[in-house]
Ligand binder design. Structure first.
Ligand code: ASP
Length: 587
């Protein structure tokens, strides 16, 4: 037996017991004639003691151990003289009688402790060492428990976990495909699935009724903190359901996961629901952070045409938020906010503010353009209390200005400590528009994906006013993060063909790309719908992480590289030859 116990297991009740442990040397300290070693494994840390007086050669051997050596020790559990209350095993130590080095280690490139001295690149290059750190390991443990709870829950509701292929044809979900050349079919390519969307729909046609899969999806997009080129979805689909059935079931699952995995009670009340239009109007976002208010107030009536400020008089939208208790912001703090909204990534032209004094008076950066009565009306409209700071943005494009105001709202929420990572606010955003206009492509694009069903009452508008057709689509949002989304699907071949037409597909191209689905719909497709959750995002929310990378064992960096495996990389010319591929020279 390599070990009788793990390094996280022994307590006072085990004192006197002879044990064998195996693990890594976290660190060693020599104090007088005693050597103390912290031995680490996945389960914790146990202190080992070597005493020069009782066994000098063994102590000498212990003194030669370096960090991260893998050792096996046998000894007796003893009560510690000076206990360490921070460690679950801190009441005991092992008086070692035998030591065996199972493997030596080179000095690791960074210290394997919670607060490591390793920079990001270095830790990613040696990710297997980084994963030995307790925090990173805890994230993977959480992920494991999360997946287990999902499987149990969905199993209890009759879902079958069914695998779908990774080498597929292109499935448009709005991103670029990763493609894989085929050797046996030269000149042809597989695409890696952006999601198993069409396959899960075919499983419904196949009568599987309830499907789920914890599955890798691949999208060749520019990366951000919450994006990876490959990521994991909890992908689900159900037959003979309406939107209400899906929302109810997944709301139940969400509450269950919060309770079981995060120890957080979301309460009995149903989740808040906002229509997409309402979310955009009140918060400038389709994934509003509902941990705090600071709702937008529209100020066109109050500030347009009621004074001589040309910017407001020419705007298509004027909106404000009210930051409680911030009226005392210094010039410098206000300049910071102005610079923030004017930064290239936000792109506003400027920021107007108004301080509400303790006596209720209003002093604003546009005072000279407005009478005190208008400023008092502004205060009333904003429902601002003494001590509040009113922040106002305006612009020629309402949607754009709302998005800018959303960023400012999030920043103020952050500054006021209202975005606490230990609190969770969930909601459904529903009634998404079916299409959005793409300036780049000069056509309507599916806002969710082309298989989403329009609201039945809006179907006649597909011909007359497609831009205003609403979809039976929904997103689940948690703390300003879209954790999942889905829709009721089209199950009728004619309606599906119509949607492809609105999206600008010729009938030939639609048949070429989606013939398999349209064919399937001719053989008795049941009404169906579903959704997919982003597992990485959800786990990182539970763990309070800023980036999904920290809950992925081997993530890619911001340029899509795996720095540990040094991938992507060039391939052998012989491999290219086999695939009948010629490469153009690249820098
Ligand atoms: N396949 C969709 C996605 O990846 C989710 C769904 O509609 O079920 O966003």
């Amino acid at each position: 037996m390599y070990r009788t116990n793990t390094c996280g297991e022994l307590r006072l009740q085990h004192v006197g017991r002879q044990v064998t442990l195996a693990g890594w040397v976290q660190r060693s300290r020599k104090m007088g004639g005693m050597t103390f070693i912290d031995l680490r494994d996945r389960y914790g840390i146990t202190q080992l003691v070597f005493n020069e007086e009782t066994d000098a050669p063994l102590c000498e051997q212990a003194n030669r151990l370096g960090r991260e050596y893998v050792i096996q020790v046998t000894g007796t559990v003893a009560e510690r003289f000076s206990k360490n209350s921070k460690l679950p095993t801190g009441d005991i130590e092992i008086l070692v009688s035998q030591l065996l080095v199972l493997n030596a280690s080179e000095v690791p490139p960074f210290t394997i402790e919670e607060h490591t001295d390793g920079g990001d690149d270095l830790r990613m290059k040696y990710r297997y060492l980084d994963l030995r750190r307790p925090g990173v390991r805890a994230n993977l443990e959480l992920r494991h428990r999360f997946c287990l709870a999902v499987r149990h829950f969905l199993d209890s509701k009759g879902f079958l976990e069914i695998e779908t292929p990774v080498l597929v044809g292109s499935t448009p979900e709005g991103a670029r495909d990763f493609i894989v050349p085929s050797r046996m079919n030269k000149g042809q390519f597989y695409a890696l699935p952006q999601s198993p969307q069409t396959l899960k729909q075919l499983l419904m046609v196949a009568g599987m009724d309830r499907y789920f899969q914890i599955v890798k999806c691949f999208r060749d997009e520019d990366l951000r903190a919450d994006r990876q080129p490959e990521f994991t979805q909890i992908d689900c689909e159900m037959s003979f359901v309406r939107q209400e059935d899906i929302l109810a079931l997944f709301e139940e699952m969400t509450k269950h996961l919060f309770r079981e995995v995060r120890g957080y009670d979301l309460g009995e009340a149903p989740f808040l629901r906002l229509s997409w239009h309402e979310a955009m109007r009140r918060f400038g976002s389709d994934k509003p952070d509902m941990r705090f208010g600071m709702e937008f107030v529209e100020l066109m009536d109050t500030l347009q045409g009621t004074g001589t400020f040309p910017v407001f008089n020419e705007a298509s939208y004027i909106g404000g938020i009210c930051a409680p208790g911030c009226a005392g912001y210094t010039r410098k703090q206000l300049d910071e906010l102005t610079n923030f909204v004017k930064s290239p990534q936000i792109g506003a032209k400027g920021l107007v503010y108004a301080r509400v004094g303790e006596d209720g008076s209003v002093k604003s950066s546009v005072d000279k353009f407005y009478t005190p009565e208008v400023l008092a009306a502004l205060r009333a409209k904003m429902n601002a209390a003494p001590g509040d700071l009113i922040l106002i943005l305006s612009g020629p494009d309402a949607m754009r200005t709302r998005k800018q105001l959303c960023e400012l709202r999030l920043l103020m929420g952050e500054r006021l400590g209202l975005r606490d990572k230990d609190r969770f606010a969930l909601l459904w955003v529903v009634d998404f528009p079916m299409f959005e206009w793409s300036d780049e492509e000069q056509r309507l694009m599916a806002m969710h994906h082309p298989f989403t069903s329009p609201k039945p009452s809006d179907i006649p508008k597909l011909d007359t006013d497609p831009a205003n057709v609403l979809a039976d689509a929904y997103d689940m949002v948690c703390n300003g993060v879209e954790v999942g989304g889905g829709s009721i699907r089209i199950h009728d071949a004619a309606l599906q063909a119509k949607i492809f037409q609105v999206l600008g597909f010729t009938p030939e191209r639609a048949r070429e790309q989606f013939g398999f689905l349209m064919n399937a719909f001719r053989y008795g497709a049941p009404p169906h719908g579903g959704l997919a959750y982003g597992l990485d995002r959800w786990v990182s929310l539970f763990a309070g992480l800023d980036s999904i990378r920290d809950c992925i064992a081997f993530p890619k960096n911001n340029s899509g590289r795996d720095v540990m495996l040094d991938a992507p990389s060039r391939v052998d010319p012989a491999q290219l030859d086999e695939l009948a591929l010629d490469l153009r020279p690249v820098d």
